[in-house]
Ligand binder design. Structure first.
Ligand code: BG6
Length: 490
């Protein structure tokens, strides 16, 4: 099946941090893929901006390398055209150096959609936004993309939001959470709101619990400096995992308009039962990996990767039992689990339904297991609905738990579009549905901050786990004491 391409109007995108890791791994490849799909009008320009002294040729060589390393289908003509749309400007966020040059380039197309992408550390957001404002670069068609992390806690998130808000109205601010751009995450909304089947059972009367797992097999090598200041709770839970939880738990929005969707997500965040010093020990587990094995080879522990003299107390794993205090979800635990150097790379949401109230079958039928809906984000995207059916053939009524399996790659045969491709195009179109609003980000921090405080004040260090396993045994205990298990095999 051929993917449908919606045309976009010509745009200029200025990427701050253009020589950095995010630009190289995600942004430049995403723009190339969109060019290949015919969504990069010929007049559009990609303007790389960074403090590094680089010639145009050097930056284009960097962009070419970024594309060649990421794509499985390079097209020489499209690549040549794409590179000709790229330019570079040396700009210092902390001084006026380079800004006149940037202004002149943008002045060549004052009417065009203009995107400023802040692919830089949050400490530079304030300076860059202030200079964009001071140089009069904000037009009616200007948008700014703010990468995570938006702050380290509620207070710093508010400061970041205030700094950005001084220059850009909220309708122009696109706080990116790339999980919202993943195909399956959007499919979750399609499943819930384009089918009548699920809605009647999507509540505490029928759902036993929900599991959200985002497991990574890689460690933090190369990013240890940043990671050690964040940890799994800030890096993954405050944003990606809470966003997934919101999409599972929110009420049907009135429309798919950005604010209609975000209003519903905000209500979920506000309804999360607090976790603080009184209950954090019982409801959360944090861990840190030790040396172990991954992909058949020995791998070092977190401390060794970090290479710091003093032991770090940063968590590389977190498991949480969260609850939502509202009519739909009261009493339904949402077990969240994420970590680095786990047994495999898998992200999925499991909605586990309640068991049948009474069995009409005798023991020879075997165990009747509860239905579950598994929404898999990666590595292979798809949806499975686990049902009980009869074993085929004669021999009496023997029951089996089998999935109705819809693997998207098999069902649709289309390339897996990277989240950044979709999200950048949404920015160009001005569609904020898949971006976090200011109050959402702040509400997420409001829930996360007391957990961080509780951990800081506890005398316990993160629990060790061996790299290549499913995390500390306490995480298994967290769910098993409720009579449930993590569904590692789903
Ligand atoms: C990022 C985190 O936001 O998401 C990383 O900072 C993490 O630590 C990454 O590895 C995971 O994204 P994905 O798309 O590979 O699951």
């Amino acid at each position: 099946m051929v993917a449908r391409v919606i045309s976009v109007e010509p745009f200029d995108i200025v990427v701050f941090g253009a020589t950095g890791d995010l630009a190289k791994r995600k942004l430049i490849p995403a723009l190339y893929e969109r060019a290949l799909a015919g969504q990069m009008p010929a007049e559009s320009r990609v303007i790389g901006a960074s403090r590094r002294a680089m010639t145009l040729e050097e930056f284009r060589a960097f962009a070419r390398e970024a594309v060649m390393e990421s794509t499985s289908h390079p097209d020489p003509d499209v690549l040549a055209r794409f590179l000709s749309q790229i330019s570079y400007v040396m700009v210092d966020a902390a001084s006026d150096e380079g800004w006149d040059d940037l202004c002149q380039r943008l002045a060549q197309a004052p009417e065009r959609v203009r995107v400023f992408y802040l692919a830089v550390g949050p400490d530079l957001f304030d300076d860059i936004c202030a200079r964009i404002g001071a140089h009069g670069l904000v037009t009616g068609k200007t948008r700014v993309v703010v990468e995570k992390p938006v702050g380290k806690n509620l207070a710093s998130a508010r400061a970041v939001n205030a700094a950005v808000g001084k220059v850009f109205p909220e309708e122009s601010v696109f706080r990116i959470d790339h999980y919202l751009g993943k195909e399956t995450v959007q499919n979750l909304m399609a499943l819930r709101f384009a089918n009548a089947l699920l809605e009647p059972v999507w509540n505490q009367a029928h759902v036993d619990h929900v599991q959200i797992t985002v497991a990574e097999s890689l460690g933090v090598a190369g990013r240890a400096g940043y990671y050690d200041t964040a940890g799994a709770l800030r890096d993954m839970v405050q944003n990606h995992m809470l966003q997934l939880l919101c999409l599972v738990a929110m009420e049907p929005p009135v429309t798919m308009d950005a604010d209609a969707v975000r209003d519903e997500k905000l209500k979920v965040l506000k309804a999360l039962e607090p976790i603080n010093e009184a209950n954090a020990e019982y409801l959360t587990v944090r861990g840190q990996y030790r040396a172990g094995a991954s992909a058949g080879g020995a791998v070092p522990g977190y401390q060794e990767e970090l290479g710091a003299a003093d032991p770090s107390e940063t968590e590389t794993f977190v498991a949480i039992k969260a609850e939502i205090g509202n009519w739909r979800w009261a009493g339904v635990p949402f077990y969240l689990r994420t970590g680095k150097r786990l047994a495999s790379r898998v992200s999925e949401i499991v909605v586990a339904f309640k068991p049948i109230p009474h069995s009409v079958f005798d023991d020879s039928a075997g165990q009747i297991r509860a239905n579950r809906l598994v929404i898999r984000l990666q590595p292979d995207e798809g949806v499975k609905l686990w049902l009980m059916i009869k074993d085929p053939g004669p021999g009496g009524m023997r029951l089996q738990h089998v999935p109705l399996d819809m693997s998207f790659a098999e069902a649709f045969g289309v390339r897996n579009v990277d989240a950044y491709e979709r999200l950048i195009m949404d920015v160009v179109r001005g569609n904020q549905t898949l971006f976090m609003r200011r109050d959402e980000v702040e509400a997420a921090w409001r829930w996360v901050d007391p957990i961080l405080d509780a951990w800081r004040n506890s005398r316990e260090a993160p629990k060790p786990y061996t790299a290549g396993t499913w995390g500390p045994s306490a995480s298994i205990a967290l769910i098993e004491r409720d009579g449930r298990t993590w569904m590692d095999d789903a």
